[in-house]
Design a protein around this ligand. Structure first.
Ligand code: ZN
Length: 218
């Protein structure tokens, strides 16, 4: 039996759950919600609106909106085209097929940029992990293991290039000091623009749900 009031807001669905002690009066529950109204609205502001992928919908890839279209077996062209992304899937599995495509694309495009930038500053990368992290776009361990969010492949090229440069620069400087930012600027002069793009639009890359069973907005 619950001994005290608890409130929970799901950051993915925006669902609010209230647990109340059995003996409490309804009035005290209302008071409790009233008291926490500010907290609730703050939590709800952080909920990422979900967007499920389906045929006919568009998603940005390398900063360009592409409509997802069913791919026929006989189709031999490039599946990623200027305005379209051709995928062989049924509606039910489309989310996972799209996610697999984006992950593959991220690794194909981003890995050489990582290598090229690391070679350029004569640092060594131990490994690169492509993940779907909640908060950070990338990370770098002191052993040289790098992580990047594959959703960045949806952002404009200059933006994902900035994140790569940022993590590679940590191979030299494990902090965000002046020397670190000087190196970032040297490798990617327009980093300030791209950093603010991420602050303004980063959330829009996280709204797409690919894996419904996992509540994949995170
Ligand atoms: Zn950093």
């Amino acid at each position: 039996m619950a001994k005290r009031f608890t409130l929970r807001v799901c950051k993915i669905t925006g669902e609010i759950n209230l647990t109340i002690p059995l003996k409490s009066s309804q009035g005290s529950a209302e008071d409790f919600i009233e008291k926490n109204a500010h907290w609730i609205s703050h939590q709800l502001k952080q909920v990422i609106p979900r967007d499920y992928v389906s045929f006919g919908k568009s998603i940005p890839i390398e900063g360009i909106e592409r409509v997802i279209v069913p791919k026929e077996k006989s189709f031999t062209g490039n599946i990623l085209q200027k305005k379209h992304l051709y995928l062989e899937s049924d509606e039910l599995n489309l989310g996972l097929v799209t996610k697999r495509f984006l992950l593959g694309r991220a690794s194909t495009i981003l890995t050489p940029i990582f290598q090229e930038q690391a070679e350029h500053i004569k640092e060594r990368i131990k490994s690169i992990k492509f993940k779907d992290t909640k908060s950070r776009w990338g990370s770098c361990s002191s052993e040289g293991s790098l992580m990047i969010n594959w959703r960045l492949i949806m952002a404009p090229p200059s933006v994902y290039r900035y994140v790569v440069v940022h993590e590679v620069s940590h191979l030299r400087h494990m902090n965000h000091g002046t020397k670190f930012w000087e190196l970032v600027k040297k490798l990617h002069p327009r980093y300030l623009n791209d950093r603010s793009w991420l602050k303004r639009n980063g959330r829009s890359l996280k709204k797409f749900v690919f894996d419904v069973s996992k509540g994949d907005a995170a």
